[in-house]
Design a binder for this molecule. Structure first.
Ligand code: FES
Length: 132
């Protein structure tokens, strides 16, 4: 059962984005990067702590969102850099319902762990499933 995230904001009414793909949205004035990876969805700030690089244009490498500008990394579930690094960015609560992703518009404090939303295989639209 999906966790209650209050009054969520739907992001994708057309379905869940393709694997390893991020979508960047603006919620309550915050730039948010929503990543699909390993059958899950997580949402973090789109702004890198180093020099404000666009994290949503990066990729997940070794389990971490990797900034496309200089390679700083953040764990998608917590927004925290992997040890021994100390950078932290805000996270957002997410859930998946009937093939749509919902993101709570209020950011959590930087480094707050949020359980990723699980994507059931039945929620993936047929055309998307063929593109894997
Ligand atoms: S701006 Fe992200 S690593 Fe430099």
């Amino acid at each position: 059962m999906a966790a209650d995230i209050g009054s969520p904001t739907p992001l994708w009414r057309q379905g869940i984005p393709r694997r390893e793909c991020a979508t960047i949205v603006c919620l309550s004035g915050e730039r948010v990067a929503v990543f699909r990876y390993d059958g899950k969805v997580s949402a973090i700030s789109n702004v890198c702590q180093h020099q404000n690089g666009p994290l949503g244009e990066g990729r997940i490498i070794d389990g971490c969102v990797t900034c496309p500008w200089h390679g700083y990394q953040y764990q998608p579930e917590s927004g925290a850099a992997p040890p021994p690094f100390k950078e932290k960015i805000p996270t957002f609560r997410v859930k998946v319902v009937e093939g749509s992703v919902f993101v709570h518009p209020r950011p959590n404090p930087p480094g707050t762990r949020v359980e990723p939303a699980q994507i059931e295989s039945a929620q993936v639209k047929p055309r998307e499933a063929q593109s894997r």
